[in-house]
Design a protein around this ligand. Structure first.
Ligand code: ATP
Length: 918
């Protein structure tokens, strides 16, 4: 549909196009001036200006993208001029609104909109409050539990306001707040105030008092600091909570009724301070996070919220020095948001006399004493350059381009470049993969402790277990966590993401189309992941999210050790091949077949071209099964660009044939017998052909980031592990050459590299990597022998396993690899790694620990031996991962001092990669 519009669009001359845009803009502005907003629908613009609907549509979309129009998504859509909104000083954010009311009447924030963090750290809290207060028929009691100053009272009040605005409680229902701590020494008075009393009930009770419970009838009673409520008073509440009836103090005869929703709040552990019988009656306990748990963005937003109120109150602009800003942003505040608020207010009071021309300037000396002390204790803050920050600027800081939107922008920019400059598809993919990988890496290292992330994490784990069994695609725990954090970002930035997407929808769909055509398997896997996620999270999976997953999966997929065999159904017709492949994959319960749908009248050359593009993307395979519908088998295989693999082609494909072949592939049956068995079973008129390409000699490549010396020692340990009579070749290669030249290294030209064995994954396309740690740990070394199945019989394989287990014990490796005292070195490195785990806040798996032990021990030895070697300072890495470098420095200080070495930044990158792949 879009393509069609585009053709029309470009067919018009520029001048006509310019006139048309002007005309439409002027028409919409005139309608807005007359407040005839509903005359700006596509149909009415087209009718009044006599321009075709499709042209109007294209212009309107373009103008929304350029921020000249706002789109109101009612039925039908209509459009508001941004010039008009600016003239009328009507504030707006984003370019799409659900209704005109949303845009025009929603200027004053109402109920939860006043709560900073409602879409972020408090999103779950707000959801819980809304659900509890509106639970039929009369809401349920709830308890807000969190440290002082975290906003419990505010949340209670906003819950009440929300319920009133939604009509959950009636307009006359009041919010009645009682602070139980004020009555700590006089519990009887609290009882009398709550339940009311009759005249003469106690000394001083000169007249009847109906009490706060009666006052809160049809509204909300908020009992703050409920831990101060004495046990007798808690007990008195039970009957009221159960049946809504009570006696006034001094009158045990008459029953009173009140319909009240109760919200409790406490700073103390409710299970310790409240009666169990009371806790039983409160079905919902909502935990409110501390200021520290809210994250920097939200803290800035809070600062903006508090400061802008002070600006209104003082009727002036406020600016603060960057030191003040840093202190307010970074200081520890046990009193949480309450303390942040009072600190800001005290800054304003202390600076009041420095007000010049309606501008209040806040310097460091206006900070409250406790913050000032923290500033002096933290030299870094004091040494910052002094600049001034206006309160209005803060908005830009927390609204600043969100990382997820930045990622999307980068993905689209790269796609645009690919289209405009016709760069190669593989370069384009490499760049896109990089953006996604970098983004996910950052997520791994960002703090992400929230119940929401935990929830996503469990879901992602479950989904990837399913994906692993179907597609053989494995991801690490860290990757699961990164995906969970990505979903958390989607959830938090949903509104901005949605606006972004609507603005770029057409381009995202184009990108998706390209990926779908070129990257079959990654697209299929991603679609399946997104379908699961969609039902799990109940959120729309925009095409840009699916594209992100495609890039991600494409990257992970290349490491998959199961991709040694590929099978593709190739058939004429709109979706014949896809249908066969899809049905077979479903029956087999595993993803075996890709599909290439071919137009009916495609010639053989074009078909082969398409097939070759497919082969380029699937990477290295040892066996390729081609299931075709017709055509000469010879013509096809002769044109294929595939090396070092056997190709089995069979014609007259159908679903049963695909099933038979898929079953053989799944059970690892040899190619020839699969195809012969299929022919025998179906006995129809079809043929197969196997094209055996000459095999290069197999080789195992040892290459270690810790140096060529380590690689050579590994080679000899591996050779000693081969059973007698096995003469597989093992070669070594310098790690930096491997990284720099990749598959252009001669060894790849001459040999069929089965896998790379070493200390750090060189991340090579299609070449599996086995870390030494995989051989040390019994659970994972089993994966290693799969590369030798074609070269050893069962008996030899089992002997090989035993030898590996014995030769590759940690102590054997250490003894073989270092000349330093291995036990001492290992102990020191292990201690340092323990400390590093604490700093980065991530627990390393056994596998990562073993990998790091071997890698770092070898590194230390290398540094000791080549003390004067020069290293690249890797400034980019230093800048991007300052914290990590600091952690490593601190954790390894003792090791460095003991051996008199300095771990260079270049090496930190390797350590970082280990931790990242944890
Ligand atoms: N999320 C928020 N957005 C905006 N302002 C907030 C937020 N949370 C708290 N505040 C403000 O911080 C101050 C302290 O909040 P509040 O009194 O509600 O905390 P509390 O948890 O009830 O404290 P306490 O336990 O000491 O009674 C209030 O002025 C409140 O308006």
């Amino acid at each position: 549909m879009y393509i069609c519009y585009n053709i029309l669009w470009y067919n018009n001359s520029k001048k006509v196009e310019g006139n048309m845009i002007e005309k439409i803009l002027a028409y919409i502005l005139a309608c807005c001036d007359k407040e005839d907003f509903d005359k700006t629908s596509v149909a009415l613009i087209s009718e009044n200006l006599k321009i075709s609907r499709s042209q109007v549509s294209v212009v309107l979309n373009k103008l929304v993208k350029e921020n000249k129009l706002i789109r109101i998504e009612s039925k039908p859509f209509y459009f508001i001029s941004v010039e008009y909104l600016k003239e009328k000083a009507i504030p707006f954010k984003g370019c799409v609104y659900a209704s005109l009311d949303d845009l025009l009447s929603n200027q004053e924030k109402k109920d939860f909109e006043k709560l900073v963090g409602m879409n972020h750290s408090l999103a779950q809290t707000v959801k819980q409050c809304k659900a509890t207060i509106s639970y039929p028929p009369n809401g349920l009691p709830m308890l807000l539990y969190g440290p002082t100053g975290t906003g419990k009272s505010l949340i209670a009040k906003l819950t009440y306001e929300w319920a009133k605005n939604q009509g959950v409680i009636s307009k006359d229902g009041q919010f009645v707040q009682v602070n139980c701590s004020e009555y700590a020494n006089n519990p009887e008075l609290l009882t009398a105030n709550l339940f009311g009393h009759v005249k003469g009930a106690f000394t001083g009770a000169e007249k009847d008092n109906e009490g706060l419970i009666a006052l809160a009838n049809n509204g909300v009673l908020f009992l703050d600091e409920v831990h101060e409520l004495k046990a007798e008073c808690q007990e008195k509440l039970f009957l009221f909570m159960d049946q809504g009836i009570y006696h006034r103090v001094g009158d045990n005869e008459k029953w009173y009724k009140s319909n009240v929703r109760i919200v409790f709040a406490t700073t103390e552990n409710p299970n310790k301070v409240l009666l169990k019988t009371l806790m039983r009656r409160i079905p919902m306990t909502i935990i409110i996070p501390s200021l520290e748990q809210r994250g920097t963005q939200e803290r800035i937003e809070l600062l903006y919220d508090i400061f802008s109120r002070e600006e209104k109150r003082l009727d002036c602009q406020i600016k603060m020095s960057s030191k003040v800003y840093n202190a307010l942003l970074q200081s520890k505040m046990p009193g949480n948001i309450g303390q942040l608020k009072s600190s800001v207010q005290s800054c304003c009071i202390n600076s009041l006399f420095d007000k010049v021309n309606d501008e209040l300037v806040i310097h460091l000396d206006s900070l409250p004493k406790d913050l000032l002390q923290q500033v002096y204790a933290n030299q870094k803050t004091v040494l910052d350059d002094d600049e001034y920050i206006y309160v209005d600027d803060l908005q830009g800081y927390y609204n600043g381009t969100k990382e997820i939107l930045q990622l999307n922008d980068s993905l689209l920019a790269c796609y645009r470049k690919y289209k405009e400059e016709h760069t190669s598809l593989s370069d384009f993919m490499a760049k896109e993969k990089n953006y996604v990988q970098k983004y996910f890496d950052n997520l791994i290292f960002r703090k992400k402790e929230s119940s929401q992330v935990d929830y996503y994490n469990r879901g992602v784990q479950h989904i990837f277990n399913l994906i692993e069994s179907r597609y053989g695609l494995k991801i690490t725990n860290n990757e699961t966590l990164a995906i969970a954090s990505y979903l958390d970002e989607i959830h938090h930035e949903y509104h901005d993401l949605r606006s972004w997407f609507l603005k770029h929808e057409e381009e995202c769909d184009d990108l998706y189309q390209l990926l779908q055509e070129e990257f079959f398997r990654a697209t299929n896997v991603s679609l399946e992941i997104c379908t699961y996620l969609k039902s799990y999270l109940e959120m729309d999976m925009y095409s840009i999210i699916i594209c992100t997953f495609i890039f991600y999966v494409y990257n992970v997929q290349k490491d998959s050790r199961l991709s040694q065999k590929a099978a593709v159904v190739l058939s004429h017709g709109f979706s014949t091949a896809s249908s066969i492949a899809d049905a077979a994959n479903r029956f087999l319960g595993q993803y075996i077949f890709d599909a290439l749908d071919m137009p009916l009248y495609i010639d053989t050359a074009t078909m082969i071209e398409k097939l070759n593009r497919y082969l380029d993307h699937i990477g290295k395979v040892k066996e390729l099964y081609l299931l075709v519908d017709m055509g000469s088998l010879e013509d096809i295989y002769k044109g294929l660009h595939i090396e070092n693999a056997n190709i089995g082609i069979i014609n007259n494909v159908s679903t049963p044939i695909a099933l038979e072949i898929g079953n053989g592939i799944r059970n690892n049956v040899e190619m020839e017998s699969i195809l012969q068995k299929t022919i025998d079973a179906f006995r129809v008129n079809f043929a197969y052909h196997i094209e055996k390409h000459q095999q290069k000699q197999p080789v195992i490549l040892c290459s270690c980031a810790s140096g060529l010396g380590t690689a050579k020692k590994l080679k000899s340990m591996l050779e000693q592990s081969f059973p007698d009579g096995i003469n597989l070749d093992v070669k070594t290669l310098n790690y930096s050459e491997l990284i720099e030249l990749g598959k252009k290294n001669n060894v790849f030209e001459e040999y069929d590299v089965l896998c790379v064995l070493g200390t750090l994954d060189p991340n090579m396309e299609d070449i599996p990597f086995v870390g030494i740690e995989d051989l040390i740990i019994e659970d994972t070394f089993g994966d290693f022998n799969q590369y030798f199945k074609d070269y050893m019989n069962e008996e030899q394989l089992s002997l090989f396993d035993k030898n590996i287990l014995h030769n590759f014990s940690l102590s054997n490796i250490m003894n073989a690899l270092t000349i330093l005292n291995p036990a001492k070195l290992l102990e020191q490195v292990a201690n340092a790694i323990d400390v590093l785990q604490k700093y980065v806040g991530v627990r390393f798996s056994n596998r990562t620990c073993f990998g790091l032990y071997v890698h770092i021990c070898c590194l230390i030895e290398r540094l000791v031996v080549s003390r004067n070697a020069e290293y690249d300072p890797s400034l980019d890495f230093l800048n991007e991962h300052k914290d990590f470098v600091d952690y490593v420095k601190k954790a390894f200080k003792q090791v460095e001092d003991f051996y008199g070495v300095d771990i260079p930044t270049e090496e930190m990158i390797h350590i970082y990669n280990y931790v990242k792949n944890n």
